[in-house]
Ligand binder design. Structure first.
Ligand code: SAH
Length: 247
């Protein structure tokens, strides 16, 4: 059998949000390479495996991507069963496809296993229906952090009629706010900022577009956090969804 690597999403943090497929992959793993945002509690499913931390938080001590690639290849070629475990979903701002391509080019079979992405989990865990019928015609997942710092098309985003779910936005609040206001979004557009979504440490800050930066500062919002911007962020866990529509 060819060497194989499982590229697995660990979900947003709550270990109960792992998929059965992820658990199955972990059960048979001999080596598990994990990112910073993976909750170590999920490692209970691979008690015998060697665990290698290869996290790289923006701006901090980091493991170069090339090193991660080579390490996966080395273990796979040793015939070890390798799980590459990533926070959320491996292909939503997770470089899963880059790693899969690279492994494929080196003759390693890859199996991708979905995880629940933080944006969806964050919204659900505070009662926000991202595509509420009659309110949002879709949802747009965006990263505020690009490799080349190229600007987003804020005008298109502001006028898309979709709920915006922004990843890696904590350090970019000023830019997001200014961009969307300049793009014509209503300054009173509801915003939810959800820190540590799905974990016992989850915190949630509700505000409006124009006030979001000040609100986040008062709240002392920390990464990792998801921003949900759109009419649907008017709801809260206490409010029924029908109240959003009719209230
Ligand atoms: N692949 C991941 C995203 C990795 S990018 C996924 O699908 O979820 C890292 C960003 O994800 C963070 O900056 C933050 O915006 C978001 N994030 C990850 N876990 C989070 C959590 N538990 N709560 C809030 N945001 C989270």
């Amino acid at each position: 059998m060819n060497a194989k690597v499982w590229l697995v999403g660990a979900g947003p943090g709550d270990p109960e949000l792992l998929t059965l497929k992820a658990v199955k992959a972990l059960n048979q793993a001999e080596v598990v390479m994990i990112d910073d945002l993976v909750n170590p509690a999920v490692l209970e499913h691979c008690p015998g495996a060697r665990v290698v931390s290869v996290g790289k938080r923006g701006g901090c001590r980091s493991t170069p991507q090339a090193f991660i690639h080579r390490l996966m290849l080395r273990y796979a070629r040793q015939g070890k069963s390798v799980v590459r475990l990533k926070g959320g979903d491996p292909c939503i701002f997770g470089r899963g496809s880059e790693e899969a391509d690279w492994l494929g080019q080196h003759g390693i079979e890859v199996e991708l296993v979905n995880g629940i992405t933080a944006g969806l989990a964050g919204a659900t865990s505070c009662g926000i229906p991202l595509t509420l019928r009659g309110v949002a015609r879709g949802v747009t997942l965006i990263t505020a952090h690009t490799q080349d710092d190229s600007p987003l098309n804020w005008q298109t985003l502001a006028q898309s009629g979709t709920t915006l779910v922004i990843y890696m936005g904590v350090a970019k609040l000023a830019e997001i706010r200014a961009g969307l206001l300049a793009g014509g979004m209503n300054p009173a557009m509801p915003v939810a900022m959800i820190e540590n979504a799905s974990l016992p440490t989850q915190r949630e800050c509700r505000s409006q577009l124009a006030a979001m930066q000040d609100a986040a500062a008062t709240f002392a919002l920390q990464s990792p956090a998801i921003l949900v911007i759109g009419e649907v962020a008017r709801t809260s866990a206490q409010l029924g969804m029908s109240q959003l529509l009719h209230g």
